[in-house]
Design a binder for this molecule. Structure first.
Ligand code: PLP
Length: 366
């Protein structure tokens, strides 16, 4: 079976994890510090705060920015539902915006019409390792005094105008889930340049604990969103491989583009010249004449794993029943959800595998 992705794990990871087990210090300790130092340097922010998942990163970001009940948050309709769930978790209202079908990121031209006097923030999702037009996001956020929370869960290493994603807003959120380029099993990290936000994040991830005059006190009702040192040790080794993994994925994506170019019924992903796309996922749109779910089944019969790329939030039970939004407001997101297909893409694949996948796909759709 050619899997949709496979984590790149070896003896190096095992050795480093064993060091943690031998030390007896299993929770947040020196490897968590190491992973934070690596990420803040790599992304180019002053601070990084490691947490237990990408979802925890998003949740704490909203809390640290003071987002609360009654606030409205701009979110793209096409994403992994965690992006929107966290908005509900803090009692705010997600204002869904359609995406652009070339980038699969939020359609920046539709944002301003959805802003009201309750709007407090925008969460641009850097979908599939691509980047949204961040100049536009920044311009809009300045004009309306909005916070920017980059959902960069699947975009570690992605660049916009030679700057790393995660350094362009108030906070950036990353995930280390095995479906992403590098993994800690479960895990996530938040990047920021703001010292006040940084301090708040550290308190919120650790039960609300802070030190007042050198004495431990509980200053907020916090969470336990800590990353363990076991996970961080895994991550420290994984991050050494990050650039190698990204380079390979970019190469494989280019081979997909080349092989799929002449198939009229398939729309391949586009990437702006300002963006370094890191292809966490290689995602295409199938023509409406093709039954996407049938293609997934037929690929599986041929030992190839494929899947949906992301979800149209307005169609999911909770959001559908609560907000009763129409498909017609989200043409592109609806199309990407119904006709989108994510192909296998991982470090361990080679040119031959990509050609095999595309060959089988042709067999199915022709
Ligand atoms: C993976 C992902 C998340 C959630 O990250 P977890 O670590 O699984 O909690 C959130 N948003 C996007 C866009 C993602 O791809």
């Amino acid at each position: 079976m050619i899997k949709i992705t496979t984590p790149v794990l070896g003896d190096d990871e095992l050795k480093e994890v064993k060091k943690v087990l031998d030390s007896g210090y299993l929770v947040q300790n020196k490897y968590v510090k190491q992973i934070e130092d690596f990420i803040s340097k790599y992304v180019g922010t002053k601070y990084a705060v490691a947490v237990s998942s990408g979802t925890a990163a998003l949740h704490l970001s909203l809390l640290s920015l003071g987002i609360k009940e009654g606030d409205e948050i701009i979110v793209p309709d096409f994403t992994f539902p965690a992006t929107v769930n966290v908005v509900e978790m803090v009692g705010a209202k997600p204002i869904l915006v359609d995406i652009d079908l070339e980038s699969f990121c939020i359609n920046t031209e539709e944002i301003e019409s959805k802003i009201t006097n309750k709007t407090k923030a925008i969460i641009p999702v850097q979908e599939f390792g691509n980047s949204t037009n961040m100049d536009e996001i920044i311009r809009i956020s300045k004009k309306y005094n909005l916070k920017i929370i980059e959902d960069a869960a699947c975009a570690l290493g992605t660049e916009y105008k030679n700057k790393k994603i995660g350094s362009l807003g108030d906070v950036g959120c990353f995930s280390f889930h095995p479906r992403k380029s590098v993994t800690t099993g479960e895990g996530g990290i938040i990047t920021t340049n703001n010292h006040e936000i940084y301090e708040k994040l550290k308190i919120l991830r650790n039960h609300g604990i802070s030190k007042i005059d050198g004495k431990v006190d509980f200053v907020l009702p916090g969470y336990n969103y800590r990353l363990t040192d076991i996970q961080a040790a895994l991550g420290v080794i994984q991050l050494k491989k990050l650039e190698k993994i990204i380079d390979k994925k970019i190469k494989l994506a280019e081979i997909y583009n080349r092989e799929l170019k002449n198939i009229k019924k398939i729309k391949t992903p586009k990437c702006d010249k300002d963006v370094r796309h890191t292809y966490q996922t290689y995602h295409v749109i199938l023509d409406e004449s093709i039954e996407r779910d049938e293609v997934i089944k037929e690929l599986r019969n041929r030992e190839i794993e494929s899947n949906y790329g992301a979800y149209a939030i307005h169609t999911l039970k909770y959001y559908r029943e609560k907000y009763k939004l129409e498909d017609s407001e989200f043409d592109n997101s609806t199309k990407a959800y119904n006709q989108g297909l994510a192909f296998p893409l991982s470090y361990e694949m080679n040119e031959k595998d990509v050609i095999f996948v595309v060959g089988k796909l042709k067999e199915i759709i022709e």
